[in-house]
Structures are given as structure tokens and as C-alpha cells.
Design a protein around this ligand. Structure first.
Ligand code: BES
Ligand code: MN
Ligand code: ZN
Length: 530
């Protein structure tokens, strides 16, 4: 379960000399093979058009020489040009002067267009292929120098992420983890302190992703609000810098967080709600408390399973709703990473955990319920439950007077329609929105921004006597933005709130947790700490 326990290290040894089972070598296409479409007659007549192919770098030349020219010959025979996503596996023969058993050339395509996403997709394939080798223990990876689109640190971090992802197994899996003991990162020059730091952080991020994956992939019948509470308690036990508070008194929740309780109503007996808070404070680990230490609140949607309530989810749309607690898994995993990295910033996580289920007591439409912030909410759809839990969790978070609030939630099918497998990022504050978007892009989490307008807030005003807000909008689409606006209503005027809707991206098409967002959260917190 989890990922293989991989050791990472840097080495400046020559690629042909470093002992390994496999060497992964990123390669790109040479200029002449990069043209899109067919060459013009004039272009085709030029001699280099025929030679279009792999861009030979010093590393490739070294390998080719050590193999007596076989690398070039095989690449030519196999018409391997380094095109994006293509792999070329080369067995190292007994007479070759390469201290590895196998070489895999990893096609990255046009060098000018290599993005972090390219690194992610191509190296996912490359590690997949590498893991098929019998008795695998060490993989060397050639780290290219800076590229126009990313730094070496980002490149290395992505490879660390991918290596962990490739060896990840769920806690329920009966298969053993693929063996991968060591990944050696081959660099030309000695790695800078910055690069070493990036490697350490990348390992912490990768472990946090696994925490999310384990929780989200866990079967629906095996996780309850208490599962998240137990994890939060565990984290606080392991890390002195974390303080946990679990509110398990249903009467307290009903009184103090009535909108959250409305969702929990249907399952108070079978799987009672929990309101979890986890505080990280740098002072607890001895860092000098500065007067200007920022304070950040992270709020994650913790709907343990979403049946839709009385407006029950039809057909297959209930399948994958075990993933409706991904936001809460992300914020708890972020707290683990923050405790490990000990940045100088105050961070608190808030999770209102409950399933959305049915019983005689369960929430019904046309109800008017109160909230922690005092606004009254008209219930118009029992399946728009996430925002009901979040509006109160955000209001609770704001009682601690944070400088900024971040919410992360599998909130709306509309987000999935709008941005697919990306994070839909919304905010009521431009600089906060920019900061979180920057963090997402830096770590390579796919992200798209959506604008929340004044009309979105008007669109969720209730027409019912005695109610201020309604939990669905009045039509005209904009399902994600109006849901985001609703969640922001939990915060007092002037509090910067950023909202990440990950409903389209929390799981892959084959229903495995992606842990999208967690790297973004950690990176943003680190950036804010400075
Ligand atoms: N948990 C769902 C959103 C969701 C949908 C997550 C698909 C992941 C995949 C949320 O609680 C929900 O049901 N939203 C409704 C809101 C609607 C009733 C206003 C939706 O998006 O359909
Ligand atoms: Mn729902
Ligand atoms: Zn939901």
C-alpha cells in the first residue's frame, strides 16, 4: 500500500558509468522533424528534411559511443524521433560499455514545448515501462538543464511525484508494491541547495498525495466521519506543531453549525458527524514568532458519501461519490506536509464531515435552516449539500480571523463540464486568486480560473419569506460560480476567500483518486510563508 519506499539521490557520475538497472533518458526531436503538417515542396527538397529525427545531445552521444553506434542505428531503424509520449527501449549488450541493464529513451517532442505536464505524462509511461523489468531496484534519470518552461527544481519535483504515483497501491490492494528502491537523478553539475531543497519538498508532497489517495480510494462502507477524525488525531500525535480538536457532540453541531447539521440529520445515528479542526503553529516547533506571521484557513468538503439525499442521485451518478470527501482529505494531508516542512505561518484546517444520506429525519426541500453566520438558507435541492456543510465550516474558520480562507471541494458537476480534469479556481480577491493559480501552475496541477460576479450572488438570493439564500441558483447555468458564491457567504465581508472546485478532477476516468489540489495547497502555504 502507498508508494514504494523510494530513496532519491543526486549524482554527477557519467551516464554510462553510473550503476543502475535502467536509465531513463528524456529526448526531444531535432528541429527539422518538428514541423506540423506537410513540408512545402521547397522544404522537402532541402537535405535536412530527410534527416529529421532525434536530437543528439552529449548524453545520447556518450551512450551511443558506449554501445558502438547501436543507439543511433536502432533509433533510425525504429523511426524513433523523440516524439512526445513515445518510448524506445534498448537492451544493453554484454559488450556495451554502459553500467546499466537497459536504457529507455523518453520522447518529449519539441524541446520548446516541453511543459511540466509533458514531463508528467511521458515519465508516467516511462516509469510504467521501467517497472516491468524483472528484479528492478535502481532507476537512473537524466535530468536535463533548465528549459524555457520550467526550472530544474520543478522538473525534479515532477519526476519524484511520478515515481511515487507509478508505484502507488491502495490500502486494499492485494498486490505487492512494484519494487523500486532507488531513483538516481543524474545532473551535469553538483545540485544547488535550492535543488536539494526541492527534492526534499517533492518527497513530502508525494507522501501527502498518497494520504489523499488512500482516503479517497477507501471503499464507501469503510469510511465514516470518524475515519477523518482519527487521522487528524493521529497527525497531532505525531507532530508537536499540530493541535487537534474534534467536535463530536451532535447537539453542539445542531446549535452552532445548523446548516452543516441539516446534511448530517439523516445519518446522526449510523455515522454521526464530526467537526474537525487541526491547527499548525510554527511557534510550537521553536521558530521565532514574527509579528507579521500570516494566518491561513483551509476548509475541505468532507461529504463521506453523497447519495443526493431525498433527491436521490439517479442511475450510475451515485458511483464514485465515495470521492466526495476529497477536499477534506486534501486539507488534512496538507497539514501533514506543513508539519513536516515547518514553514513560518499559521495554518488551520477545518472539516465538517458527514455523509449525505436518507432517513426519516433527513433534510427535505422547502425547509429554511439557520447557519453559523446567521443567514437563513432555503433548501431547494438535497443534492446541493456540499455548500451547506461548507458555509458553516467557512464561518467557523473565520472566527479565528484568518488573513485568507481557501475552500477545496468536489462541489458541482458544472465544474466538471466547464474545466474537465482541471481545478476550477474562483476567488473574491484578485491577488489571492493569482497567488493560488501561481502555486498550482508551479507544481503542475492543471487549473483554470472562473469569475464570480455580483449577479452570481444575486442569483442565490431566496424569494422565500424568512430565508436569505437558496442552495441552488435560479437557472442561467453558472452552477460552479453560484455554488462558490454561496460558500463565500459564510465569510464576513472583506475576508479574502479562494475556492477550488475539483469535481471534475478528483478521480481519473477509471475511478482512481488523483489527489489533485493537494500539491497546490502545500505550495501556496509555503509561498505565503515566504
Ligand atoms: N458531490 C456533488 C458534485 C459532484 C458531481 C462531484 C460529480 C463529483 C462528480 C455535489 O454534491 C452535487 O451533487 N452537486 C449538484 C448540485 C445541484 C443539485 C445544484 C450537481 O452538480 O449536480
Ligand atoms: Mn450532492
Ligand atoms: Zn456532494
Amino acid at each position: 500500500m502507498g508508494s514504494a519506499d523510494i530513496k532519491f539521490s543526486f549524482s554527477t557520475e557519467l551516464v554510462v558509468e553510473r550503476r543502475a538497472d535502467i536509465i531513463l533518458v528524456p529526448v526531444t526531436t531535432a528541429a527539422s522533424s518538428r514541423r506540423r503538417g506537410r513540408p512545402t515542396k521547397k522544404e522537402a527538397a532541402k537535405p535536412e528534411a530527410k534527416k529529421a529525427g532525434l536530437l543528439m545531445t552529449p548524453v545520447l552521444s556518450q551512450l551511443d559511443e558506449a554501445m558502438g553506434g547501436a543507439l543511433r542505428k536502432i533509433a533510425r531503424d525504429e523511426q524513433f524521433t523523440g516524439a512526445k509520449g513515445k518510448l524506445l527501449s534498448l537492451r544493453v549488450g554484454d559488450n556495451d560499455k554502459v553500467a546499466a541493464r537497459k536504457i529507455i529513451l523518453v520522447g518529449m517532442g519539441d524541446p520548446a514545448k516541453v511543459s511540466l505536464r509533458t514531463v508528467q505524462t511521458t515519465f508516467t509511461r516511462a516509469f510504467g515501462a521501467a517497472l516491468e523489468l524483472n528484479n528492478l531496484s535502481t532507476v537512473s534519470v537524466v535530468v536535463p538543464a533548465e528549459s524555457p518552461n520550467h526550472t530544474m527544481a520543478q522538473w525534479v519535483s515532477m519526476v519524484v511525484d511520478v515515481a511515487h504515483g507509478a508505484t502507488y497501491c491502495t490500502q486494499e490492494s492485494l498486490k505487492p508494491n512494484p519494487a523500486l528502491g532507488r531513483v538516481v537523478l543524474l545532473t551535469e553539475k553538483l545540485p544547488s541547495i535550492n535543488l536539494r531543497k526541492a527534492l526534499n519538498e517533492a518527497v513530502v508532497l508525494a507522501k501527502a498525495k498518497n494520504v489523499v489517495k488512500d482516503l479517497v480510494n477507501k471503499p464507501a462502507n469503510l469510511k465514516k466521519p470518524e475515519t477523518l477524525a482519527a487521522l487528524a488525531k493521529d497527525l497531532a500525535k505525531t507532530h508537536k506543531s499540530l493541535k487537534v480538536k474534534i467536535q463530536d457532540d451532535a447537539k453542539w453541531i445542531e446549535k452552532e453549525m445548523p446548516c452543516f447539521f441539516e446534511v448530517a440529520r439523516g445519518s446522526v445515528e449510523s455515522d454521526p458527524p464530526r467537526f474537525i479542526t487541526l491547527h499548525y503553529s510554527p511557534t510550537a516547533v521553536g521558530a521565532k514568532r514574527r509579528r507579521n506571521t500570516k494566518k491561513i484557513a483551509l476548509v475541505g468538503k468532507g461529504v463521506m458519501f453523497d447519495t443526493g439525499g431525498y433527491q436521490i442521485k439517479p442511475g450510475n451518478s451515485m458511483v464514485t461519490m465515495k470521492g466526495d470527501m476529497t477536499g477534506s482529505a486534501c486539507v488534512l494531508a496538507t497539514m501533514q506536509a506543513i508539519a513536516e516542512l515547518a514553514p513560518n505561518i499559521e495554518v488551520s484546517a477545518y472539516v465538517a464531515a458527514t455523509p449525505n444520506k436518507i432517513s426519516a429525519q433527513a433534510m427535505i426541500c422547502d425547509s429554511v435552516v439557520s447557519t453559523t453566520c446567521g443567514k437563513k438558507v432555503e433548501i431547494r435541492h438535497t443534492d446541493a449539500e456540499g455548500r451547506l456543510t461548507l458555509i458553516d465550516a467557512v464561518a467557523m474558520a473565520c472566527k479565528d480571523e484568518p488573513d485568507a480562507v481557501l475552500t477545496i471541494a468536489t462541489l458541482t458537476g458544472a465544474a466538471s463540464m466547464a474545466v474537465g480534469l482541471s481545478i476550477a479556481l474562483m476567488a473574491n480577491d484578485q491577488s489571492l486568486r493569482d497567488a493560488v493559480e501561481k502555486a498550482a501552475r508551479w507544481v503542475g496541477d492543471p487549473v483554470q480560473t472562473l469569475d464570480i460576479t455580483d449577479e452570481d450572488f444575486d442569483n442565490i438570493l431566496s424569494d422565500m419569506d424568512g430565508a436569505d439564500l437558496r442552495n441552488t441558483n435560479k437557472g442561467d447555468g453558472r452552477g460552479s460560480q453560484t455554488a462558490g458564491a454561496f460558500v463565500m457567504c459564510g465569510a464576513p465581508e472583506g475576508t479574502p476567500v479562494v475556492h477550488l472546485d475539483i469535481a471534475g478532477a478528483d478521480m481519473t476516468k477509471d475511478e482512481k483518486a488523483t489527489a489533485i489540489g493537494v500539491k497546490t495547497l502545500i505550495q501556496w502555504v509555503l509561498n505565503e510563508a515566504g
